[in-house]
Design a protein around this ligand. Structure first.
Ligand SMILES: C[S@@+](CC[C@H](N)C(=O)[O-])C[C@H]1O[C@@H](n2cnc3c(N)ncnc32)[C@H](O)[C@@H]1O
Length: 232
């Protein structure tokens, strides 16, 4: 039992909130009841189990707390998730999209083992052991168009990797969300310069940056870009 009042997020379906605007906490309904993935709090409210979604552990939660304009979480979403790691964020996305599907690409064998252990009961996650720099190598796993590509690989060439995957898999009006960590691209250059370079790569490849959201409050040297293929 808890006396925390959990309510619907005003914009994102299947995301829940508690507290005042200043101290907002995020939650998702636990699809795998009783299971924790990363030590998150489980809370029962009106007989439903929720998992607290920590913005210091998940950049997608940080993004939602920064109030993006774009609503990228549609019902029945088909998502390609690059850099799935052991399952922190992808598990919340799995709670949210329910009957949609998420293809989670991860190249670390250790992380994918943990991902499989952590999410084995979640039928909407397809874990794929592969390198996101070679999108053609996982084409055989796909049986749907992709509405959203979410990329969090902390790699040099981040924007290029995103574009290559979008060109391969993203449907025409699909959305790309990319978490950019300046330190992973170049630890000497100023962050702002690196962000500008990555944006230029996306724009040159025909993507329109819809939003550029600073999440430094939750993750040092990170911004998140939301982009869409520009209509020509
Ligand atoms: C910052 S962590 C991702 C955290 C995860 N998105 C979350 O919030 O739960 C970056 C992950 O990307 C993976 N990664 C890095 N480069 C990759 C690549 N080229 N292909 C696939 N995975 C990659 C790393 O092994 C690591 O697990």
């Amino acid at each position: 039992m808890t006396n925390i009042e959990i309510r619907n997020h005003p914009k994102f379906k299947n995301v829940y909130i508690s507290g005042s605007q200043e101290y907002l906490k995020l939650y998702t309904k636990n699809l795998d009841v009783g299971k924790r993935i990363y030590g998150e709090k489980l809370i029962i409210h009106k007989d439903i189990q929720y998992r607290e979604w920590d913005p210091f552990r998940s950049k997608l939660a940080a993004l939602i707390l920064e109030n993006p304009i774009t609503n990228f979480l549609t019902d029945n979403l088909k998502c390609l998730y690059l850099g799935a790691s052991s399952g922190t964020t992808i598990s919340h996305l799995s709670d949210i999209i329910q009957s949609g599907i998420i293809y989670g690409v991860e190249f670390s064998e250790r992380s994918i083992r943990q991902l499989i252990q952590n999410t084995s009961k979640r039928v909407n996650i397809v874990p794929i052991l592969a390198d996101a720099r070679f999108p053609e190598s996982y084409a055989k796993y796909f049986f749907t168009d992709i509405d959203l590509i979410y990329q969090d690989v902390a790699q040099p060439r981040q924007a290029n990797i995103a574009v290559e995957n979008c060109n391969y898999y993203l449907k025409n009006d699909g959305i790309l969300i990319i978490a950019i960590k300046s330190q992973s691209i170049d630890s000497i250059q100023k962050s702002e310069y690196i962000y500008a370079q990555e944006k230029k790569i996306l724009e040159k490849a025909g993507y329109q940056i819809l939003e550029s959201i600073n999440i430094h409050k939750y993750a040092a040297n990170h911004i998140i870009l939301i982009a869409k293929k520009a209509i020509s």
